[in-house]
Structure formats: structure tokens, C-alpha cells
Unconditional design. Structure first.
Length: 428
């Protein structure tokens, strides 16, 4: 049994890293090499929307697999996503970039299916759940923060460890994921992932994901285009909090605590501009995420995670425009953000795959704080205009907005505790 769990943990971790990187990064790095090409501009413009679609697909996939309650179905969903990624990337390398956005949407949907299927497999075994969540968090955080200097130059030699960072996963990383997931289908054939079959697709987690992902995306677009006054930013903050609280109450029990923590963390994390970090930070970030997650499972305290998230926002306020020539603080700060991310997810992890996936889906959509930093939404995600080289926030508005969102989500946690029971976030 331990060997089976160990093999499953390795499989879901690699699959989660591949799916997470494929969902949060564009399929091509053409936007780096030639950012004036129309297709690269369309890719940058549509990337946040593609990640939102993929995030919703992941929740729907997890909900459907969780309804059937057989490991074979969950593995097959993940295998379909992994094979689709492999085919998409194999064909893309031999095709022109004429339909870059279309290829990117296909990539996001495939990544969502991979993540959703693996979530259903992982969530009922503690060690496998940990491997899955850590894989997703590592992909998101490293993909955002660990873009090394010159990562877009075609002639620069790079270590295989950091090759996928900041761009879509390469074929040599997708192939092992496909093989391992296929082996999982064979190994776990016929095994039940729960004691009973519900027969009904849980609409609560799907509705919650639609609400929180949709509100976050639309809020970001609106702020990018119209968020030029304090009143409009206040409205955006209120809409974000209202969407998070509504999504939390659509989930069963206290499962919504994770959504509230995720919205607060994403808002605060969005105030920290991605900076070029040394390559040795890649394993350090993973260790930080793992340490935070472990602490969250051992000493769960969602309000403590919310307080730590508030510190990120306040740090962004106090240091806005003041760290342009500082190199140590961004490195230490990135490690701290990674640790806090792990703790938030470890301290409020729900029991069921759809609820877990709803909380993770929030990570993939750019929050309004990013839109406050860069007012042109076509450059909100994976574009040279907002990532990598631009390491300084020029004003404190994003930090204040994130602090307000965090306080609102913290109040939402208290309200959720008041009206819901205390058994929703137990160990899987």
C-alpha cells in the first residue's frame, strides 16, 4: 500500500507541475522574442481569459470524477488532458504562430482536465493530496517568480531544472507525465476512491468556481480600463470581497474558508511584482512551500494565514517604489510569500476534490492588484510590460487594495464560522 501511495504521489506531483505550468504560462514564448507581433499581443491579451477557462475546466473535471468515485475514471480524465497537452505541444512546434491564441486555449483546457482528474485521484489519501497541492503551488509560484535574467534569449544555455520556468512545459517534461498517468490508469483500475457513489454532480463547487473566477477576471479587466480613481478602486475591492464570500457560502460546510484565503493571498501576492531571481531559488521556493504546507496541516489556523497575508499587503504599501536597487529583500520576500502560500492551503484544505480544486483555481487568474500596477489589461499576464524586469511598484494603491480585500475576506471567514459547522476542513 505504501508503494502504491508513493507511486501515486510522484505521479500526481509531476502531473500537477506540468498542468500548473501549462495553465499559468502561455504556450509560446514568442511574446518575449518579438513582442510587437500582432499574434503575440493577442496571446498576452487572451492569456488571463484562457487561464480562467482552464481553471473552470479543472473544477468541472474534478466534480465529475468525484461523482463517479472510481479511480479509473479520474485517471482517464487526467490521461486525456496529458495526452492533449502532448499532442498540442508536438503539433505546435511544427506549426506557424498564426493561431497562437487558439492553441493557447486548447492548452489551458487540456491542463484543466489534467489537474481536475488528478485532484479526484489525490484528495482521499493524505500523502498524495500533499504531493498534488504542493505540485500546483510550486508550479504557480515558481512560474511567477523564478524568471531568470535573460530567460527569453534563445542562445542562452539553461539548466534542465529551470528550463520550464516562465514558459510552457517542454515535451521532455510532458512525456513522463503522460507515461506515469497511463500507468496510474492500469495500476488503480477498478479501485474506488470513496465508499459510495453519489450519482449527482456537485453543483456547489462548480458554481463557487464560476463566481470567484468570473468576478476576479471581470474585476481585473474593469480596473485595468477604468480604475483611475479611488472610488472605482473601492468598488472593485468591494466586488472582489462580495464574490469571495458568495463563493465561500456556495461550498459545503467550511470548505469556503480556502476560497477566502486564496482570494486574499492572490490579491496580496499580486502586489509583489515578479523579479528576476537566481536559479538556486527554485528548490528554495519549493522547500518554503512544503514547509508552510506542513505547518498548516500540523497547526491549522486560517486566521493566522489571513494575518500573514495582510502582512504581505502592508509590506507592499511600505516599500512601494523604494526597493529598486535592493537585491536581498525581493529574494527573502519571495521565500516568505511561498511559505505563506503553503500555510494558507495547508491550514484550510477541504475533504473533497471539487472544493480543493475550487480553492486552487483562484491562483490562476490575475487579480485586480495586478491591474492596478499596469493599467493596460493586454499586458496583465505573461507580458514583458509587467513581469520580470519591472520590479518596482510605483505607488501604494495595490497594497492598500489588497489589504482591504484581506480584511474583508478575514471577516468572511468569521461569518462563515458563525453560520457553518466545524467539520468541513478536516484531514483528507
Amino acid at each position: 500500500m505504501r508503494r502504491v501511495c508513493g507511486a501515486a504521489a510522484v505521479t500526481v506531483f509531476i502531473g500537477a507541475v506540468v498542468g500548473g505550468l501549462a495553465l499559468i504560462t502561455p504556450i509560446s514564448s514568442v511574446w518575449r522574442s518579438d513582442p510587437l507581433v500582432l499574434e503575440s499581443e493577442l496571446l498576452a491579451f487572451n492569456q488571463p481569459r484562457a487561464t480562467a477557462v482552464g481553471a473552470l475546466v479543472s473544477v468541472v473535471s474534478a466534480a465529475w470524477a468525484d461523482t463517479v468515485r472510481t479511480a479509473t475514471v479520474a485517471w482517464l480524465i487526467a490521461l486525456c488532458g496529458a495526452v492533449a497537452l502532448l499532442v498540442n505541444h508536438s503539433l505546435f512546434e511544427s506549426m506557424s504562430v498564426a493561431s497562437l491564441s487558439t492553441w493557447n486555449y486548447i492548452d489551458a483546457v487540456a491542463a484543466g482536465a489534467l489537474l481536475g482528474g488528478l485532484a479526484a485521484v489525490a484528495v482521499y489519501r493524505a500523502s498524495v493530496t500533499a504531493a498534488y497541492v504542493l505540485g500546483v503551488l510550486a508550479a504557480v509560484l515558481i512560474g511567477d517568480f523564478a524568471q531568470g535574467p535573460g530567460s527569453g534569449s534563445s542562445g542562452q544555455l539553461r539548466s534542465p531544472v529551470v528550463l520550464p520556468i516562465g514558459e510552457s512545459p517542454p515535451l521532455w517534461l510532458i512525456w513522463p507525465a503522460v507515461v506515469l498517468v497511463a500507468f496510474g490508469v492500469f495500476r488503480d483500475r477498478g479501485r474506488r476512491i470513496a465508499e459510495f457513489e453519489s450519482g449527482e454532480v456537485p453543483l456547489g463547487p462548480i458554481s463557487a468556481a464560476v463566481v470567484v473566477v468570473g468576478v476576479t477576471l471581470l474585476d481585473s479587466e474593469w480596473v485595468a480600463r477604468h480604475g483611475d480613481t479611488a472610488i472605482r478602486i473601492v468598488v472593485a475591492v468591494a466586488v472582489t470581497v462580495a464574490g469571495a464570500v458568495a463563493a465561500a457560502f456556495l461550498l459545503p460546510g467550511r470548505d469556503g474558508t480556502l476560497v477566502l484565503l486564496a482570494v486574499a493571498f492572490v490579491s496580496a501576492g499580486g502586489t509583489i511584482v515578479a523579479v528576476s531571481l537566481p536559479r538556486w531559488m527554485v528548490p528554495v521556493l519549493f522547500v518554503c512551500v512544503a514547509a508552510g504546507f506542513t505547518l498548516g496541516r500540523v497547526r491549522p489556523a486560517p486566521l493566522a494565514g489571513m494575518a500573514a497575508t495582510l502582512l504581505i499587503a502592508l509590506f507592499a504599501v511600505l516599500t512601494a517604489g523604494r526597493l529598486e536597487h535592493v537585491t536581498v529583500i525581493p529574494t527573502v520576500g519571495t521565500a516568505a510569500v511561498s511559505t505563506i502560500a503553503g500555510y494558507c492551503y495547508g491550514s484550510a484544505l477541504p475533504r473533497t476534490a471539487p472544493s480543493v480544486m475550487a480553492g486552487l483555481a483562484v491562483l490562476f487568474v490575475p487579480p485586480a492588484g495586478v491591474a492596478m500596477r499596469v493599467r493596460d489589461f493586454s499586458h496583465l499576464s505573461h507580458s514583458p510590460q509587467w513581469s520580470g524586469d519591472h520590479a518596482v511598484v510605483s505607488n501604494a494603491a495595490p497594497g492598500w487594495g489588497a489589504a482591504a480585500v484581506t480584511l474583508g475576506c478575514g471577516a468572511g471567514v468569521l461569518v462563515l464560522r458563525r453560520f457553518r459547522g466545524d467539520d468541513a476542513a478536516a484531514e483528507p
